[in-house]
Design a protein around this ligand. Structure first.
Ligand code: PRX
Length: 654
């Protein structure tokens, strides 16, 4: 397991517990165990009740679950539309004037968008998509900054039954090529440029470059964000601001089957090819709404802010589908947390009186580093609850978050889940469970998770092992786009009948889960998933590189940092400039988040006699730990050389 002994020990020493305050409990949504009990007694009945409570159905379902392992279908026979559930029904109930989004642009512009306005814009955009030729079942790629048009485009797809594939705007043209090709998207919605820390990121230009390498025809719908110059393909490109406003603000929602595809989202696995994770209509929407409602303890006057990007699953579920399904008022922010200053988040919290904030440990650790004076400048008294997601949260960060942002009283809900799970799986119900800093507590009602050993047996209290989900759940992935075998192999082959999450965890005496990180060749950098294979293939695509191995190093800020070990082809010299060039190369192949922290050259990589790279040893070297078993090494000299070099020669530019 790629989990360090030190980390486990640190977690084991954490004994503090924090019960919710009386004040919090008084208005908490869940105050007793009945949901856990109902779900335990009859999980299908439980989910059926939740589905009828949360979703407005055009046609009620007649079967709750069909489970042909590993393929699940939920709420069979049901018909619904997700955008209707997120918009129309709130407007019809008289809440059209309620704010859906307080949107803050990075340069300081802002918009307030009500549910009625959002509905109108979604209908217009849906009509525009139809005019462009998009039909039910077609895939639409979205490559947009965090502007309202991104949410609108997602919902417009959902309205007409098209499948959206959001590609994080920080990804490169090359990453876009793979995703458009794999999904077969026929339309790409993008923007002229994006703002990032006051600089312009050329999205349309990236998209133009990407489409040169895509074999099929792809049209573009382009939002004008910065007004920067762009190239134009007369026949294939349309401006959003020309096409959308002229459309009628009415568009009948397409009636979808529960199991119709809602979206695919690409995520890194253990091979170089990203997986297009499939999520369908009803089960996903239910998982999003139910978890959002209860984990964040939504109240009628909640002002909720998830600071993620819609390019990741967190943005899908907890910026778009959960909050809008629940008719909540949200904040949406376009830019970086330190622009123009390191108090940007806190000034937004103060401005909109945010009561629930959901962010990532890596951000929290950055806030700690920047200093208490930044939150200290602002009135954060509106905060009632705090959330964390994306990676293990260390107890120090948890305490700082509660103390400095939550005035020492706000519950901090650590939420464990994955792109594949669709929504939160393990997290506290904050009015009920006492919290322990660093623990995501227990599986939610209706979710059945376990920690097992190599043989698949539940571990004893206090022991660590592998995380599995033992029963299907409504929001579970329905497969990998175009690759059922990989779906079976990745998630369902290790422990018969169980979903293998790829995470390690320890479970304590109270049944609380303490997640410890990935157990496979997947890294987690600032809460973002990156595959070692994907990084390595980006490196070897550079003409100077013969072979590359990439491992994570523990990092106080980003959780893990990427360390690359590279052997060069003959004729290339080990130089600091080349190391820098390789970092930039990976950035251009995948995206800036994938740039290695450091690139170390080596005459060879440590390998077994059968030629397999021993990444385990490289991890030990990167973390400056005592080496594990080296007896299977083909050439033991190599690791000695690498250890020696690690001390003297580490090229880094950060
Ligand atoms: O390793 C776990 C980690 O993030 C992985 C899922 O990444 P992704 O699909 O990109 O989704 C991120 C947002 C849900 C998991 O396998 N992870 C996520 N949340 C936590 C976490 N690790 C520890 N604690 C968490 N709360």
């Amino acid at each position: 397991m790629s989990v360090s002994a030190a980390a486990i020990e640190a977690l084991m020493q954490e004994h503090r517990t924090f019960a919710p305050s009386e004040d919090f409990v008084r208005s908490a949504r869940v105050r007793d165990n009945s949901l856990y009990e109902q779900a335990e007694q009859d999980a299908e009945q439980f989910w059926a009740e939740q589905a009828r409570h949360y979703i407005s159905w055009a046609t009620d379902f007649d079967q709750v679950l069909e489970w042909k392992l590993p393929f699940a279908k939920w709420f069979l026979g049901g018909r619904l539309n997700v955008s209707y559930n997120c918009l129309d029904r709130h407007v019809q109930a008289g809440r059209g004037d309620k704010v859906a989004f307080f949107w803050e642009g990075e340069p300081g512009d802002s918009r307030v968008i009500t549910y009625q306005e959002l509905l109108d814009e979604v209908c217009r955009t849906a009509n525009a998509l139809k005019q462009i030729g998009v039909r039910k079942g077609d895939r639409v790629a979205l490559y947009l900054p965090m502007i309202p048009e991104l949410v609108v485009s997602m919902l417009a797809c959902a309205r007409i039954g098209a499948v959206h594939c959001v590609v994080f705007a920080g990804f490169s043209a090359e990453a876009l090529v793979d995703r458009i090709t794999d999904s077969g998207a026929t339309l790409l919605v993008t923007a002229d440029e994006a703002w990032r820390r006051g600089k312009k990121v050329p999205l349309k230009q990236n998209a133009d470059r990407a489409l040169v390498d895509v074999k099929h025809e792809v049209k573009m719908l382009v939002v004008r964000r910065t007004g920067g110059e762009v190239e134009w393909r007369q026949e294939l490109d349309s401006w959003y601001h020309e096409l959308v406003p002229q459309q009628p603000p009415l568009c009948d929602p397409e009636l979808m089957d529960s199991e119709d595809l809602l979206f695919t989202l690409y995520t890194s696995g253990t091979t170089a090819k990203p997986k297009g994770i499939k999520h369908t209509t009803a089960g996903y929407l239910l998982q999003a709404m139910y978890t959002h409602d209860l984990v964040f303890d939504i109240q009628p006057d909640t002002v909720y802010w998830c600071s993620a990007d819609c390019g990741w699953v967190t943005g899908h579920t907890y910026i778009v589908y959960g909050p809008l399904g629940n008719g909540v008022t949200s904040v949406m922010y376009e830019g970086a947390p330190d622009f123009p200053e390191q108090d940007r988040l806190w000034s937004i919290v103060e401005k909109h009186r945010v009561s629930v904030l959901y962010t990532a440990p890596t951000a929290i650790r950055a806030f700690m580093k920047w200093g208490d004076q930044f939150p200290g400048r602002h009135d954060l008294s509106s905060i009632r609850l705090l959330g964390s997601v994306g990676e293990p949260i260390n107890p120090e960060a948890w305490m700082w978050y509660r103390d400095k942002i939550g005035a020492g009283v706000a519950p901090v809900v650590d939420t464990w889940w994955q792109t594949e799970t669709g929504g939160i799986m393990v997290a506290p119900l904050p009015g009920l469970l006492p919290l322990k800093p660093g623990s995501a507590t227990r599986p939610l009602p209706g979710i059945f998770a376990d920690v097992v050993d190599e043989a698949g047996k539940s571990v004893a209290p206090g022991q660590g092992g592998y995380v599995v989900l033992t029963r299907p759940w409504p929001g579970m992935l329905r497969g990998i786009w175009g690759d059922d075998d990989r779906y079976r192999e990745t998630y369902w082959s290790r422990y018969p009948g169980c979903y293998f999450a790829g995470d390690g965890a320890r479970r304590d005496e109270d049944g609380y889960f303490w997640f410890m990180g990935r157990v496979d060749d997947v890294m987690n950098v600032s809460g973002h998933r990156l595959s070692t294979a994907e990084l390595e293939s980006a490196l070897v695509s550079h003409p100077a590189v013969a072979e590359a191995a990439v491992v994570p190093r523990e990092d106080a800020l980003t959780g893990q940092a990427i360390i690359a070990y590279v052997t060069l082809r003959s004729g290339f010299r080990e130089r600091a400039e080349l190391a820098e060039e390789l970092r930039a190369h990976v950035g251009s192949q995948i995206g800036a988040i994938a740039k290695p922290r450091s690139v170390a050259f080596t005459p060879d990589l440590p390998k077994t006699r059968s030629g397999k790279i021993m990444r385990r040893l490289l991890r030990d070297i990167a973390d400056d730990r005592k080496l594990g078993d080296t007896t299977t090494l083909a050439d033991p000299e190599i690791v000695k050389e690498l250890q020696a070099r690690a001390h003297e020669e580490r090229y880094s530019s950060e």
